[in-house]
Write a protein of this length. Sequence first.
Lengths: 112, 114
Amino acid sequence: SQQGEEDPQALSIQEGENATMNCSYKTSINNLQWYRQNSGRGLVHLILIRSNEREKHSGRLRVTLDTSKKSSSLLITASRAADTASYFCATGEIQGAQKLVFGQGTRLTINP
Amino acid sequence: DTGVSQDPRHKITKRGQNVTFRCDPISEHNRLYWYRQTLGQGPEFLTYFQNEAQLEKSRLLSDRFSAERPKGSFSTLEIQRTEQGDSAMYLCASSLSPGLSGYTFGSGTRLTVV
């Protein structure tokens, strides 16, 4: 079963604008990760934020995590056409397999 | 190291046939995972190996599915007596420290059962 809800399901913006995607989850987590998937391809790891962290940056990406609200957001600044893809949040288990449980994703389209 | 490799990229098979997919993980990664993704959905966990041991299987993995990882290197996922509902993208991922550095995914095998 899928862990979280992502919002919005689809987002279309102009190149150069910022894109914000939100993710909510249900259970306690060890970490939360964001992945990008281009159409028909595998997933690319973007950023990992641990449960004791509140914010993390990587290039044009900014991720926040609010464990009290069980939510996270991914901000992509100064978007480019190449950012067009589906973005998934995934929560990492605390123990065991440490498998990821994915949300349904946000389909992001950057218009030139 | 060229990342996680999956073979084949695409497979079309008739209902009732058996299919086998292969995954070659990053060589130093001891953890290997299989996921299944249907159109418009996020990936769903199927099974997990640590080295050669299969340590966890999802309830999604029916008796028709079997996975192996001999010698803790490459892994195979076999589906017997395929059904149309098996049509999906099958993704393999490997990791050394998933809680620190995440997973590396392969490009997937897209299975179409006709």
